[in-house]
Design a protein around this ligand. Structure first.
Ligand code: ASN
Ligand code: ZN
Ligand code: CA
Length: 327
């Protein structure tokens, strides 16, 4: 007597969204039976265990403690669908099994994270518990850490750590565009909805990563010594240039201006192809110790596999790496 249902959620960041839920007896709960049984739990400000599974009487979700759960459950579902429908991946480990989400972690906790040990992702409620870290691109970023852990296993330090972080930003962004949500259309900004800086600015910028004040735009030999959320910058920049090209461009109302190291002009091949190239490189050629030079080689091989070694796609991969000083 358990059935898969489609409920409705009023979210913080994505408007009104469909939610896949489970009806057990007369009560609904946040178990997504269409996506490996992914569950969403309430930690109620605790910091350990799973807390309690969210339940509801009428399958209309949102308000109070449920709101963060709506965003988290929706985010996990859209990310699952992105990987399945765009990249042909059946869940984080490609085995059809869901993970789980935990919301309301701690007090005024301003972060979200993936842990391979629990195969789960966790969200704080932000400063003064006012802005939960559950926006779609953040959810997809965290879930993508699970995909990286199941594939290339990029070490989370040095240059490989930067590539690990960039992979999460790349697929976090790709998922946001895939969702094409009415109130959260895709952009090349990370965390633009969660007001993490208190002034409405995003956490990161892919067109020109240095706009955050700390990330690097280009590769240099010092990249391996900085925080992985800053050494991700050049790879995020590579992905932007490969997708959209250099210079000025407005997409979904956001204007970008992407520079190049050598003032070269790059013409993008489109985000869909860039995603497929990065995913093939991640799952076929990257290893735990891949650095930027290896990422260039791996994505070139991926582009050759997918589009041919004489293709425009292949040549643009080379040009976009050169444009961030990886030769
Ligand atoms: N939100 C951060 C991330 O996913 C958490 C961390 O630093 N590991 O990268
Ligand atoms: Zn991350
Ligand atoms: Ca975004």
């Amino acid at each position: 007597d358990e059935t898969i249902e489609t409920g409705t959620g009023t979210s913080s960041y994505s408007g009104t969204v469909p939610l896949t839920t489970t009806k057990s007896g007369s009560t609904y709960n946040l178990t997504d039976g269409a996506r490996g049984g992914h569950k969403t739990y309430d930690l109620r400000q605790g910091t350990s265990g799973t807390g309690t599974l969210f339940t509801d009487a009428d399958d209309k979700w949102g308000g109070g403690r449920q709101t963060a759960a709506v965003d988290a459950h929706y985010g996990a579902a859209v990310t699952w669908d992105f990987y399945k429908n765009v990249l042909g991946r059946n869940g984080i480990r490609n085995d059809g099994k869901g993970a789980y989400s935990r919301v309301h972690y701690g007090n005024s906790y301003v972060n979200a994270f993936w842990q391979d040990s629990c195969f789960c992702m966790t969200y704080g409620d932000g400063q003064n518990n006012a802005n939960p870290l559950t926006a779609l691109d953040v959810a997809a970023h965290e879930m993508s850490h699970g995909v990286t852990a199941a594939t290339a296993k990029l070490n989370y330090s040095g240059e490989s750590g930067g590539l690990n972080e960039a992979t999460s930003d790349i697929f976090g962004t790709a998922t946001e565009f895939y969702a094409n949500n009415a109130v959260d259309k895709g952009d090349y900004l990370i965390g633009e909805k969660i007001n993490i800086n208190g002034d409405g600015t995003p956490l990161r910028y892919m067109d020109k990563p240095s706009k955050d004040g700390a990330s690097k735009d280009y590769w240099s030999s010092s990249l391996g010594g900085i925080d992985v959320h800053y050494s991700s910058g050049p790879a995020n920049h590579f992905f932007y240039l490969l997708s959209e090209g250099s210079g000025t461009k407005t997409i979904n109302g956001v204007t970008y201006n992407s520079p190049t190291y050598d003032n070269s002009k790059v013409t993008g091949i489109g985000r869909d192809k860039a995603e497929k190239i990065w995913y093939r490189a991640l799952t076929t050629y990257f290893t735990s110790t891949t650095k930027y030079a290896g990422a260039r080689t791996g994505t070139l091989k991926a582009a050759a596999d997918l589009y041919g070694a004489t293709s425009t796609e292949y040549k643009t991969v080379a040009a976009a790496w050169t444009a961030i000083n990886v030769k």
